[in-house]
Every structure is written in structure tokens, then in C-alpha cells.
Design a protein. Structure first.
Length: 633
């Protein structure tokens, strides 16, 4: 029973009269009620951080520590996730409430101290969903004893939400025996533990269903007692880990169907394994021979492996992606049973610095194939020993121009590539004959970049070459397509030009840009501009002269499109003088306001060979103000 009335004030001392049947006497017994617990609320610094022992970070300005103290760390509404007090002193509390996105931890601070935590009553960890959960984290051989964790339901053995993090340290709470995780659990180091506060039993012994995040790394090896189901994120290893980490499933991985060799998910199911230069990450389960990934993520980075219990590569016959995401790691050889690796409505990424081989053909239908940027020590490369078809979706050579000039993103396809209605982008080198058809697009870089081709480059009549111009440095500030070797470049479809980085305000008439180069004479031409003709930028800022010069396509002689002057004539009409696309009709729009939605076509003006035009607006009776803009076409 709550000893405090609704007013919140402690009750006064009371006297009860007790009648004794054996004697005609009355005895008065005074009963003292428990003192009300004090309340402390974390304030922190401007980002919500600070040391627990700093009284100025609390309201009231007293460091909370004692069995009669309740502490609240409120919802963290700063732009930074997981900020809160650093527990730098041993602390005992009555109750603890941690808000969503809050963070209580004892990582070594400025004073080099780490604290233990004991909660005698209840601990609540906020969880607002969508990753907005609070985290209680303990490090460095210390111990957090949380009392009754309200996020844990003993009847169903479920962690309902919130985050608990044990890195080389332990967390305890009453009745802990987690079978189902709906929150966030992180275990790091071989001494990490979550324990039952009542008997010190390992709380993860019976862990079997992950509906949240379960992350282990840096030597914390976990073995299930039977079957295991992963419905959200299972993460093994980490970039900064220094010790190998292994998860072993002794029963069935229920996501895996051994009859069809299919690993399935719900669209958000993820198996994320990351090894570092010092450690490896491994997932082991009986009979692992994954050939199909359906509705799930597998991300392998660095020294990462999925194997059966005997250590045999569980992805040795992998070759089909369906509505999934997959990252291939270094040294993988995919040998699809059908002879063709299929990528359907999925994303396949070659990890940074990885060398991967597909022993057969490669077909992507509405799927994306990404060759990551190179690492600091190695190329990112994919070799396809057969042919490749990219239909819909994209092929992304992920290298960044100028970031790494020693290593590159490369794709080698022995029997050539056909790109059908897909998007080819990025920075890297393709070693293959490549034909683009069915309204495909080439767009180098991620603004800007250079695509190199060792082989035939055939741009079909409906293939668009999109080039961006943001400066004078080829491949760094403006897009370049470069073809090498004895093969030819065949032009056919339209060329599109656009400005980036505000360069339309710096470009001059004397600037020139070699946007396409080859070691052989070009064949054909773009469908929308002949050699010597002018091409307007996609934003209608101006036009370039386009010249086919043997083995190059060069842009030069830039002319801006703009209205130069406006004058009121004696008859009340308004005369416009401007520069437009030479020898073309340039559309003039007008509006009574500057609202872009109010502009409407007024008429067109034909520019001379130098781009000059005049236009007389006769619809000016009673007009006090009018706004004009030039549009092409």
C-alpha cells in the first residue's frame, strides 16, 4: 500500500488503540511511517552528457547516491542519440528511470574512474520504438545490479524493449532468464554477462528468439541451447574488435530451410557479420548450405564467415537473391548451382577492398549491383567468369574520384555485359565489352566522377549519357567517360548536360571540357546534337557548343540564357533584350508575382546565331509590375 496520500505529503504519526481481551487495559502503540524517497533529475551539459559525480548536472544540485534516492534520466531530445550521465562513482539507488534515447554508462571519463551501480527497487529503460530506446551500459569489469527490471516480463521470459550493454562486465536483475528479445542486447568481451540477480545463473542460456537487436563482439562467443530464430538484427563482430567472435546454433536456425537451401526473412531480418584486421566474425549452424536469400539481409565485411558446424563454407553454392540485400566479402567465390547468379529486386554489394568471383553468369532483374569504393590497401573487384545482364536497377561503380588514386573499383566480365533499361554510375573501371540498350543511362560519379571502359562501349540509340559539370578538373569536378584499348565507342542516344555545385555562375565562354575520350575514332553521334551544334543544359541555364573531335567529345563556348535588360517603350509596351539558344525559339514566361507557380508562357523569341534576341510585350495595359523568365525549349 502507498503510505502517501494523494497530496504527496507524508502522513503524520498516528496512534492505534489495541484492546487486549485477557486484561482490561489499553495500550497505545506509536507507528512511524517510512520517510519519502528524494527525487533527482539529470540535467547534464548542453548535449546531455557529464559525470554523475558533478552536482551541477543534477536538479536539485546534489549528487544522487543512497538507498532512499529515486533518479530520473529524462528523454534525450538533443540531436545526439544515447547521451547521459557517466557513472564515475559507485552508486546505490532506490529506483531508476531512464528515458528513451538516454544513456547511462561507466566508460572511463576525464577522472579515469568507473563506478558500480545498485538499484534496490525498480529499473525502467525507456523505449519509444523505431530505435528510440534508452541504454544502460557497463564496462571494465564492473557490475550493475538493477533490481526489478520493468522491461522484463518473467511470465513470458521476454525483454520487451530498451537496451542493455555489457562489455567485459556484468548486468543483473531479478528473475533474469531471457528467451525472447524485443529490445537491444550488446555483449562484448569474454567476461561479459547478463545474470539472474537471484542465483547468478546466465540469463542468456535459453535465449532462442531475437525480435530486436542481438550484438556480440570482441571474443564474446555465444552458443544456443537449441533452436534459434532471428527476426530483426543479429550482429556478430565489429570493426574495432580485437578478438574472434563466434555464434554457434546447436539446433536449427529456423530462418533456414535445408530442403530448399533458402535463408528467409521478413524484409527486415538481418545477419550482419564484420571482421576486422585483428579478428574474425563467424556464424555456425548445422547443415549450412545457403543457396537462396529471400527477404533478408546478409552483410559480410572483412574476415566474416557463415559455416556449418564442421567449418565448411555455408555460402559455397550461393547464387540467388530475391528481395534481399547481400554483401560479399573478400575471397568469396560464388558457384551457383544453375550456373547463373540471379539478382531479383535485390541489392548485391561487393565489400570495400574485397575481391569476389562469380563462377558463371550474372543476371540482375530490377536489382542493383554495387562495387564499393576501394580500401586504403586494395581494389574492390568483381570477376564474372561468364556473361552479365543488368536489366532495370543499376550498376554502381562506387569509387570516389581523387580519394584513392592507387586502388580502384573494378568489374571484369569475361563474356561481356548487356545493360537493359538500367543505370550505370559511379567511378571505376569495367573490363568487358558493354552494350547499353532499352533506355539505359550512363551517369558517371556520385557528382562528379569518371567511368573507364576496357572494351567496346556501345551506347544504343535510346541510351542517355548524363554528364555533370561542376568545375574544371576532369573526373573530379566534371564527369568523364574514358575508353581504352583497341575497341570502339559507339554513340547513338541523347546527351544531357547539367551543372552541379553552382558552377553555372562561374563557367566562362573560354572554358572547355573533354567529357568523353577514346583511344580510337568515335563512331556515330548523339541523337540530339550534331558536331558543332549547341546543347542546352537540363536546367536551361545556358548552352554549350558540342564538338566531336576524332576520338573526343568536347564542350566549349558556353553561352548563358538570360534576360539582359527590360525597358518601357513610349507606347507603354515592354521590350526585353536577352541571350538565348542561338538559332532557336526561346520561350518567355511572365507572371504578376515571383511565385514560380504563377508563371505562364507569354510567347517565344527567336535568337540569332550569337544567341541575341529581342521581344516586345504588348500586353501591358494597366500593368504596374510584371516578372519575366527565359525557358528553353
Amino acid at each position: 500500500m502507498n503510505p502517501f496520500p494523494s497530496s504527496g505529503n507524508p502522513r503524520p504519526f498516528v496512534t492505534h488503540s489495541v484492546s487486549l481481551l485477557a486484561a482490561a487495559v489499553s495500550v497505545s502503540v506509536p507507528l512511524m511511517m517510512a520517510a519519502r524517497a528524494s527525487e533527482s533529475v539529470w540535467v547534464g551539459d548542453s548535449s546531455g552528457n557529464g559525470n554523475w559525480s558533478d552536482h551541477l548536472k543534477w536538479n536539485p544540485a546534489t549528487v544522487p547516491n543512497g538507498s532512499g534516492v529515486n533518479v530520473t534520466v529524462p528523454f534525450n531530445d538533443s540531436p545526439y542519440y544515447f547521451n547521459g550521465p557517466r557513472l564515475d562513482v559507485d552508486t546505490v539507488l532506490n529506483n531508476l528511470s531512464l528515458g528513451s534515447r538516454g544513456y547511462i554508462h561507466n566508460q572511463t571519463g576525464d577522472n579515469g574512474q568507473q563506478g558500480n551501480l545498485t538499484v534496490n527497487g525498480t529499473t525502467t529503460i525507456g523505449d519509444a520504438g523505431s530505435g528510440n530506446y534508452g541504454v544502460i551500459a557497463v564496462y571494465g569489469g564492473k557490475n550493475y545490479t538493477l533490481g526489478t527490471l520493468t522491461n522484463y516480463v518473467a511470465a513470458t521470459k521476454t525483454l520487451t524493449g530498451g537496451g542493455i550493454n555489457a562489455a567485459g562486465a556484468s548486468i543483473r536483475f531479478h528473475g533474469a532468464d531471457i528467451v525472447t528479445n524485443n529490445g537491444f542486447i550488446f555483449m562484448g568481451g569474454d567476461t561479459a554477462a547478463i545474470l539472474n540477480q537471484d542465483n547468478s545463473a546466465d540469463a542468456l542460456t535459453n535465449f532462442a528468439v531475437n525480435n530486436g537487436t542481438f550484438q556480440i563482439e570482441d571474443g564474446y562467443n555465444f552458443t544456443t541451447s537449441g533452436n534459434f530464430t532471428n527476426n530483426l538484427l543479429l550482429a556478430i563482430g565489429g570493426y574495432f574488435a580485437s578478438n574472434p567472435t563466434v555464434m554457434t546454433i546447436t539446433g536449427e536456425l529456423t530462418n533456414y530451410n535445408p530442403a530448399t537451401h533458402t535463408l528467409s526473412g521478413n524484409g527486415g531480418t538481418s545477419f550482419d557479420l564484420e571482421g576486422s584486421g585483428l579478428s574474425s566474425a563467424t556464424l555456425r549452424f548445422p547443415g549450412a548450405d545457403i543457396r537462396v536469400l529471400d527477404g533478408a539481409y546478409i552483410h559480410l565485411r572483412g574476415d566474416a564467415h557463415i559455416t556449418d558446424l564442421a567449418g565448411l563454407d555455408g555460402l559455397r553454392n550461393f547464387g540467388s537473391l530475391q528481395n534481399s540485400y547481400y554483401t560479399s566479402t573478400n575471397g568469396q567465390v560464388h558457384t551457383p548451382e544453375s550456373g547463373t547468379f540471379t539478382n531479383s529486386n535485390s541489392t548485391h554489394t561487393i565489400d570495400q577492398g574485397a575481391s569476389v568471383t562469380v563462377a558463371g553468369n550474372y543476371n540482375a532483374t530490377n536489382g542493383n549491383l554495387n562495387i564499393s569504393a576501394p580500401s586504403e590497401t586494395a581494389n574492390s573487384s568483381l570477376v564474372i567468369n561468364g556473361s552479365a545482364v543488368i536489366e532495370g536497377g543499376s550498376l554502381d561503380m562506387g569509387g570516389q574520384p581523387g580519394v584513392n588514386t592507387q586502388y580502384h573499383s573494378t568489374l571484369q566480365v569475361v563474356n561481356g555485359i548487356e545493360v537493359r533499361g538500367a543505370y550505370l554510375t559511379g567511378t571505376g573501371t569495367t573490363y568487358a565489352d558493354i552494350a547499353l540498350i532499352q533506355s539505359s543511362t550512363i551517369a558517371p560519379g556520385h557528382s562528379a566522377g569518371q567511368l573507364d571502359f576496357e572494351g567496346i562501349l556501345d551506347l544504343g540509340t535510346d541510351t542517355t549519357l548524363k554528364m555533370e559539370i561542376g568545375g574544371e578538373e576532369p573526373g573530379l569536378q566534371y564527369d568523364v567517360v574514358a575508353q581504352h584499348g583497341t575497341a570502339a565507342v559507339k554513340l547513338g542516344g541523347p546527351l544531357e548536360l547539367s551543372f552541379i555545385d553552382g558552377f553555372q555562375y562561374q563557367v566562362t565562354h573560354s572554358d572547355s571540357f573533354e567529357i568523353l575520350t577514346s583511344e580510337n575514332p568515335l563512331q556515330g553521334s548523339f541523337s540530339n546534337v550534331a558536331s558543332g551544334g549547341r546543347l542546352v543544359t537540363s536546367g536551361a541555364e545556358g548552352s554549350f557548343k558540342v564538338v566531336y573531335s576524332g576520338s573526343k567529345v568536347i564542350l566549349s563556348d558556353y553561352l548563358p540564357n538570360k534576360i539582359l535588360s527590360i525597358e518601357r517603350l513610349p507606347n507603354g509596351h515592354i521590350m526585353l533584350h536577352g541571350l538565348g539558344v542561338p538559332d532557336e525559339d526561346n520561350r518567355i514566361e511572365a507572371s504578376p508575382t515571383l511565385d514560380p507557380d504563377d508563371f505562364a508562357t507569354l510567347n517565344s523569341a527567336h535568337a540569332d546565331s550569337d544567341g541575341n534576341f529581342e521581344y516586345e510585350d504588348v500586353d501591358t495595359a494597366g500593368v504596374l509590375s510584371k516578372f519575366y523568365r527565359l525557358v528553353y525549349p
